[in-house]
Design a protein around this ligand. Structure first.
Ligand SMILES: *Cc1c(COP(=O)(O)O)cnc(C)c1O
Length: 389
């Protein structure tokens, strides 16, 4: 066993596969529950980060709600026994079928991203004789200082309603008979490690709340979305995100009104560190100026490096020889199928097992069948520890 990896047991399992360290997940959930004990705080898990049923089961047992972005995710949350009254539903392109499904399930709240969407929810709710609880997603113009692909809170993008148009939107929503406005929703981006971005968000929300109250409106809840980042560089030293600092920012800076509830939607920070993609070295190819470690996992299993240029720490679990530099690449017929270039790992040979770390979030869920490579498997540490060696 190296670190938390049961390497000997890995040898009996066909690669590649995702490995979820359930002990770390439990510890993470305990830390979240410990740091968010305030009566008004409600944490939802953003299923889009990882919707593996084994992972959802553990999260559900910690009493955490769900943040969904499709009917399929609502279904997965319900199947994992997350209560409907803890489910929020966002997304700019909700289909009629999804809206019907969410209303039938009596979810807690729709996070609404545009006025045309609001009209359709109102219409469908009327047809079912129901009232839809909604929060309006506001684009607060807060710079999350993160990758431009995953920043969402800046000017003119497809998410949410511009904060300068909020009061008009609220006036329209109030007129709708089958809509009950219960909150405001924000989400400024992902992999945010600079807490000042969340401070900026608090300041913006405080201003907006003052404006809304001047309009005579009082809202039951504020939802600040997700986005807390994790340490991709040092997963062994910092396996749990800074939940203490994160919740403290809101406790300190956000002026909640009496009885107002505060909702969070965390994805990456809950599951990211607990996942690793385990892959086998197929060939070491020596080039002119470099050498390539060709592995059996590809961009179809983990697309983040190809899509965002994302960094994942990679470790050779089965070698202690001196370090060497490699381009670590997958088998897919695309040059983008490269996990990392000029990267130091213990000297590798055919058959070695590598762990691509911190891939619990936006890993397995984004996997595809490209090149018709084998369907990807995923195992929990609990499961693997039960296997006989
Ligand atoms: C993706 C998303 C989240 C989760 O983001 P993380 O960065 O994984 O915490 C939360 N809320 C909404 C609306 C999202 O789209």
């Amino acid at each position: 066993m190296i670190g938390n990896f049961p390497v000997e047991r890995f040898r009996n399992i066909p690669t590649p596969f995702y490995f979820y360290d359930t002990e770390l997940l439990q510890q993470t959930l305990e830390e979240i529950n410990c740091q968010s004990q305030d009566e008004q705080f409600h944490v939802h898990y953003a299923l889009k980060a990882c919707s593996n049923p084994l992972v959802l089961d553990i999260i559900q047992k910690a009493g955490i709600g769900a943040d969904c972005v499709s009917g399929g995710e609502i279904k997965a949350a319900l199947e994992a026994h997350i209560p409907a009254n803890k489910i929020v539903y966002a997304g700019i392109g909700k289909t009629d079928e999804e809206i019907h499904f969410a209303l039938d399930a009596d979810i807690f709240c729709f996070n609404v991203e545009s006025l045309p969407e609001l009209e359709i929810i109102n219409e469908i709710a009327r047809s079912k004789n129901k009232i839809a609880n909604i929060a309006i997603r506001v684009n607060p113009h807060v710079d999350a200082h993160t990758h431009h692909y995953i920043t969402t809170g800046l000017e003119e993008n497809k998410f949410g309603i511009d904060h300068t148009l909020l009061s008009d939107a609220l006036n329209i929503a109030i007129q709708m008979n089958n809509i009950n406005i219960i909150g405001l929703h924000f989400h400024i981006g992902s992999q945010i490690t600079d807490m000042s971005a969340f401070q900026d968000l608090c300041v913006r929300i405080n201003d907006l709340q003052d404006e809304i109250e001047a309009q005579g409106l009082h809202l039951q809840h504020i939802n600040v979305g997700g986005g807390l980042g994790i340490n991709y560089e040092h997963p062994n030293h910092f396996p749990i995100a800074d939940f203490e600092g994160y919740f403290k920012v809101f406790r300190k800076n956000l002026k909640l009104r009496p009885h107002q509830q505060l909702h969070f939607e965390l994805g990456r920070s809950i599951v990211g560190p607990c996942g690793s993609l385990i892959t086998k070295v197929l060939y070491i190819k020596k080039g002119i100026n470099k050498q390539f470690a060709i592995v059996d996992a590809g961009m179809n299993n983990l697309i983040r490096p190809a899509l965002y240029g994302a960094y994942h720490r990679i470790e050779n679990l089965t070698s202690e020889k001196p370090y060497q530099l490699y381009d670590i690449v997958g088998p897919i017929c695309e040059s983008a199928d490269t996990f990392i270039k000029d990267y130091k790992i213990h000297e590798a040979q055919r058959g070695d097992l590598l762990a691509i770390r911190s891939t619990g979030a936006y890993g397995e869920v984004m996997a595809s069948n490209y090149n018709l490579r084998n369907t990807l498997k995923a195992y929990t540490s609990e499961f693997i520890n039960q296997l006989t060696e």
